[in-house]
Design a binder for this molecule. Structure first.
Ligand code: FES
Length: 113
C-alpha cells in the first residue's frame, strides 16, 4: 500500500530493535532498516563494493558496517567512510506515524537521495 508520496508501510516500530538492522523489501528494493540514536533510517541493503547484505553488519555511531571488507556507510547520507567501498549506497526517507511500538514505519523508495 502506498500513498501519493510513495511512502509504503513496512513494519511497526516495535519490530525494530535498537542497533539491530532489519532487512525488508519495498517492491523489488531490498532495504536495511536501522533504529539508532532515536531515529529510524532506511539504506539500500546491498553494499556498493560487492553483493553483500548490509543488514548483516553492525551499527555504530550512525553507521552500518559491511561485514565482508569493513567499509562503513553513513545511515544519513549513504556515503562510505573508508575503503574498499568508494561509492555511496542509496538512502531513503522514513516517516513514523503514530506512537509507541505500534507506530507505523513508512519508507519511500521513490525519493532516493
Ligand atoms: S563487500 Fe562491502 S566492503 Fe566489500
Amino acid at each position: 500500500m502506498s500513498d501519493d508520496t510513495g511512502y509504503v508501510r513496512v513494519l511497526s516500530l516495535g519490530e525494530l530493535e535498537e542497533d539491530t538492522p532489519k532487512r525488508v523489501e519495498v517492491g523489488e528494493t531490498p532495504i536495511s532498516l536501522v533504529r539508532t540514536e532515536g531515529e529510524v533510517y532506511a539504506i539500500h541493503d546491498i553494499c556498493s563494493h560487492a553483493h553483500v547484505s548490509l543488514s548483516e553488519g553492525e551499527v555504530e555511531d550512525c553507521q552500518i558496517e559491511c561485514w565482508l571488507h569493513g567499509s562503513s556507510f553513513d545511515l544519513r547520507t549513504g556515503k562510505p567512510s573508508g575503503l574498499p567501498a568508494t561509492q555511496p549506497v542509496p538512502v531513503y526517507p522514513v516517516k513514523i506515524e503514530g506512537d509507541g511500538p505500534d507506530a507505523a514505519v513508512l519508507v519511500s523508495v521513490t525519493q532516493e537521495s
